[in-house]
Design a protein around this ligand. Structure first.
Ligand SMILES: Nc1ncnc2c1ncn2[C@@H]1O[C@H](COP(=O)(O)OP(=O)(O)O)[C@@H](O)[C@H]1O
Ligand SMILES: [Mg+2]
Length: 380
């Protein structure tokens, strides 16, 4: 596991009044509708977007601060997270967005990034402060000179993280760039559009793309790239399709449409004509989407998928679970679900399972110990 979040504390965001979560490599968050599962994923998205320097726009897209602070009454939104990368670095990052009720706006009044180090040849640990900020006053560590420098006040944006702006393309020094890159790359997949006009069903411009974007609509492009250039990926997809649809599945083909465009088609042994993406069922498209995200040879460090079971036949769950178990060696994975059947499909190794419940106006997260999980699953 290259990079993972080992602890995430959130306060004041939507139904997450105050939660603390210790995710593992492979996570399933299960709970009834309205318990706050999607809110948790939206929060991960907020962290990612903040590391990209697009926090202001994102909060606007969620309806502004007033809509997203807990019950309209929390005074701020806060988070703290621990990230472990390559078993070597333990970084800690935290931030607080203070809610300005009058302007329905916010300002970042606290931001801190530290790293924990083993001092060479000793058992001692040392904390290094990479970045710190109180309101408009900010400091970052100059790793080359090994000193702390203050950031010009005019460069400190009230509503955007220092983390997003303190990175320069020439900065090979690990610390700040490493965390910025890890957090900015967190990818969240919410509901995948598969209606008949969805871009996913159309012929697409050929591009060399290896990562499925968060709305999933570049699936065909990514599938084409990987399926035609990576033998392992192709054989993984073929095996999964055969497991789901039987030996009648032959292969995926990508005939040219017009000019630069290609189409996705499925070749079945029993049919003379290949079936086009426009005619595939929602379930088949969603299944291909999940397989592509999970089988990707170069995935983002953290992947979260909201209710992957949507639209899938339950017989596909164990195939997705198997892909997930394999993918969890390359990325930290987080699934939300309201389906015990989906959770039950993970037979080889139980994922870290967290139950989300809505209690007295707030989300409560409880991660189940392994033995309790089996009992819990039996009860369903
Ligand atoms: N600002 C807020 N304060 C408190 N609760 C909120 C806020 N915004 C949304 N919620 C609550 O969050 C819940 C929906 O959470 P969601 O993550 O969509 O649930 P799930 O994905 O588990 O179905 C609803 O109960 C809603 O009332
Ligand atoms: Mg939801």
């Amino acid at each position: 596991m290259p990079v993972k979040i080992t602890r995430l504390d959130i306060e004041g965001f939507r139904s997450l009044r105050k939660v603390s979560w210790h995710p593992g490599d492979l996570n399933v968050v299960i709970g009834p509708n309205g318990s706050g599962k999607s809110n948790l994923l939206h929060f991960l998205e907020l962290i990612s977007v903040s590391a990209q320097g697009r926090l202001g726009k994102y909060i606007q897209s969620l309806g502004g601060m007033d809509a997203i602070v807990w019950d309209g009454q929390a005074a701020s939104i806060k988070f703290a997270l621990d990230i472990q990368s390559y078993e070597l670095f333990n970084d800690h990052y935290e931030m607080e967005l203070e809610f300005n009720r009058l302007g329905n706006s916010y300002k970042i009044n606290n931001e801190l990034l530290t790293g924990l180090f083993n001092v060479k040849n000793t058992l001692n640990e040392k904390v290094i402060k990479y970045l710190s900020r109180t309101n408009q006053t900010a400091y970052i560590r100059d790793a080359v000179k090994n000193t702390t420098i203050s950031v010009k006040e005019s460069l400190v944006l009230r509503g955007e993280s220092i983390l997003s702006s303190a990175v320069s393309p020439f900065d090979d020094e690990m610390d700040i760039s490493r965390t910025q890159d890890n957090l900015a790359s967190i990818t969240i997949y919410h509901d995948l559009r598969t209606d008949k006009d969805a871009p996913i069903r159309q012929a697409t411009i050929t591009r060399f793309e290896k990562r499925v974007e968060s709305d999933g609509q570049n699936l065909v492009s990514v599938l084409h790239t990987l399926y035609t250039s990576d033998r392992d990926f192709k054989s993984d997809i073929n095996l999964a399709m055969k497991a789901a649809f039987g030996d009648d599945f032959e292969e995926l083909v990508f005939p040219p449409a017009s000019d630069q465009r290609i189409q996705l088609r499925v070749r079945w042994k029993s049919l003379k004509r290949e079936q086009s993406a426009a005619d595939l069922s929602d379930g088949t498209l969603r299944f291909l989407f999940l397989l592509t995200v999970l089988a990707s040879p170069d995935p983002p460090p953290v992947i979260a998928i909201d209710e992957p079971e949507t639209g899938l036949h339950p017989s596909m769950f164990p195939i997705v679970a198997e892909f997930a178990q394999d993918a969890a060696m390359r990325s930290q994975l987080i699934f939300t679900t309201h389906s015990p059947q989906f959770l039950d499909a993970f037979t080889d190794a139980r994922p870290t399972t967290t139950v989300a419940l809505w209690e007295k106006g707030e989300t409560v997260l409880r991660t189940l110990p392994k033995d309790e999980l089996d009992y819990w699953l039996q009860r369903f």
